[in-house]
Ligand binder design. Structure first.
Ligand code: FPP
Length: 237
């Protein structure tokens, strides 16, 4: 498999949205006798590269799970190193989005972040509003909280009965189609409160590769596996 064959499959199989649970940064660092933060730093580099690669294959929506509502329970040192990485990414992203015709959307409750970081997140969302390629970055995200928030929005609007479309269109992911493929690295096979509603018909791809070791070939393999699946959406074909 190569970029060219991936491009073909993305087009043929209509792969519109890929999502990643970026797991294994801590283990990657531990294997090298380094602190967990070192793994996150490498993970952030790999994240930038993988997002570019996916967009280059023609996939129009990429979502990454960067920080869950549970991740605040990690040590202060680890949380603070992650915040530093997010801040650095956002700073660089203003230029990246222009070059790549990309739009960045943050999934999750921004109120938990420092005022300065929150403002930068909002500014990046606003400035990239017109971009074609959507990058959803889940930060302080939890899928159940997202669904509850959508329902509360609907109640506030005065609705007494709701449709699936009502809920979908009030989720943080409202600008993207549901994910076609969800990739989780580092050998774990669970969803961990990620995109519960949106994953109803997603295909899953698991790899033992730790996130900082992810590369183009792994993405090609995931796309190839997706290409070999038959999606039935509950029907008989
Ligand atoms: C899971 O690995 C990873 C995270 C909780 C953080 C993900 C963050 C990044 C990849 C870097 C920054 C991203 C952006 C958007 C700039 P883990 O720490 O749970 O690994 P372990 O299971 O081996 O301990």
């Amino acid at each position: 498999m190569s970029m060219e064959s991936s491009r073909k499959l993305v087009e043929e199989k209509n792969l519109r949205h890929i999502a990643f649970i970026m797991d294994g940064n801590g283990r990657w660092a531990k294997k090298r006798g380094m602190p967990r933060e070192f793994g996150h730093k490498e993970g952030a580099k790999v994240f930038r590269h993988i997002v570019d690669y996916c967009f280059n294959t023609g996939i129009k929506n990429v979502t990454v799970y960067a920080f869950s509502t549970e991740n605040w329970k990690r040590s202060e040192r680890e949380v603070s190193s992650l915040m530093t990485l997010f801040t650095a990414y956002i700073k660089d992203a203003f230029e990246e989005i222009r070059k790549n015709d990309a739009r960045v959307i943050f999934l999750g409750d921004k109120n938990a972040f420092s005022g300065k970081l929150r403002k930068q997140m909002e500014k990046l969302e606003k400035e990239s509003e017109k971009g074609t390629y959507i990058l959803n970055v889940a930060l302080n995200y939890g899928a159940r909280a997202e669904i509850v928030r959508a329902v509360n929005c609907l109640l506030k609007e005065g609705k007494t009965e709701v449709s699936e479309e009502d809920i979908s269109s009030r989720l943080y992911t409202k600008n993207s189609p549901d994910p076609d493929l969800i990739v989780r690295t580092a050998g774990e096979q669970r969803l961990s409160n990620f995109l519960l509603w949106q994953a109803a018909y997603s295909e899953f791809y698991y790899t033992d590769t730790l996130w900082p070791d992810m590369n183009d070939e792994e993405i090609d393999r995931a796309i190839e596996a997706f290409g070999a699946r038959t999606r039935r959406y509950g029907a008989v074909v």
